[in-house]
Write a protein that binds this ligand. Sequence first.
Ligand code: ATP
Ligand code: MG
Length: 429
Amino acid sequence: MRVQIRLPEKVKKILKKLQEEGYEAYAVGGCVRDSLLGRVPDDWDITTSAKPMEIKEIFERTIDTGIQHGTVTVLMEHECFEVTTYRIDGEYTDNRHPKEVVFTSKLKEDLRRRDFTINAMAYNETQGMVDEFDGMGDLEKKQIRCVGMAEERFEEDALRMLRAVRFSAQLSFQIEKNTKMAIKKLSENLRKISAERIQTELIKLLLSSNPETIQEAVNLGITRVVMPELDNALEAGNFPMHTMNGIQRPCFCVLSHCEKEKSMRLAALMQYFDEEEEERVKKTKSLLKRLKFDNHTIEKTVRLVRFCKISLKADKRLIRKAIHTIGEEIFPMLLKLWKANFDAEEKKEENNWKERQDNIRKIQTLYEEILKDGDCLSLKTLAVTGNDLIEAGMKPGKEIGLKLEQLLEDVLEHPEHNTREYLLYSVLS
Ligand code: ATP
Ligand code: MG
């Protein structure tokens, strides 16, 4: 039976134009894989026998994305498509990138350089599916298998090992036996891969529908290289244990109970790095910096990791103070993390989980009331500013800041005090 994929109109147009000019052109890689799986592809990549200069001549609007690697971005009615010339990767000497890329006229050569069989299929409406390495068979078997000899392919580019686990998590596929054995043997080579490339794959893994697959990265020796803090925490017995088929194992299920948000999923993992707050924060920071995360993500994750173990009573005054200390953006995330931890727990009477669940629920309700009432939670919404204090006769200087903090402390306890009259009166008296 002939397999059919529905190509978007714009992709059809690009393929048609290239073909009319006498070149071969196909949709390739992730978009073909996802279409066959009934998933919506993120983007549509195109592979063609046309050389970059030829692609640029054919299309009105193009961007030189990676001309030396054969990639030109084609703008089709305000949408971008990467069009890449068939290529063979030259020799790999550093476990990272080929010394050179060589263009080829054969589609099969281009498919052969791709990482996994399920990513090495091409499709167009005239030729149908081109599947030289039985990617369809592996989709059927739900497995991730290297194109060619696994060890060779991982020797070429070590990142592929982490990509294997990432695809396994995204697609709920198993990694094929030989591919797995090769990863176990070569995981150490991931040391040579740049932090940015590791970060991208790690985040895709953690934000997938099966983030607990991080366990597989541990088993295969990948995390030992890219995040040893995790292996150390596991060895120290910091993770909660679950019993499965009579065997006790560390549990990563809190990850899938957390929403798909970068900082929350990172914190769900890193909260176990150390029992002690300062150590935990130090390890988290150093890992996130090493993996070159952006400052906003680092800031949010570190705050979650810092405050994840505080105990908070369901008391409005204490909650307002906690929001002030933890931050208005982070507090609701922390609530979600607590809830995820709770949902992931093995519910045991002796852990008095019923009371703890009640407590989280109450905090949530009170938090919503605080927001609804518009209670002042930071200097931004305090009814007086530094200027007001100066106008009221205070000398400009450090004292102003201290005084404002003091007034805020009072307002966090008594929201009804947040009026200009009250606060100025309390300063002057
Ligand atoms: P996603 O949906 O996450 O974008 P994808 O399969 O499109 O998945 P990309 O990283 O966008 O993954 O890569 C596009 C295609 O390029 C892959 O399907 C694969 O054929 C090829 N590819 C990407 N990275 C590598 C690599 N490191 N080694 C070999 N081939 C690769
Ligand atoms: Mg892609």
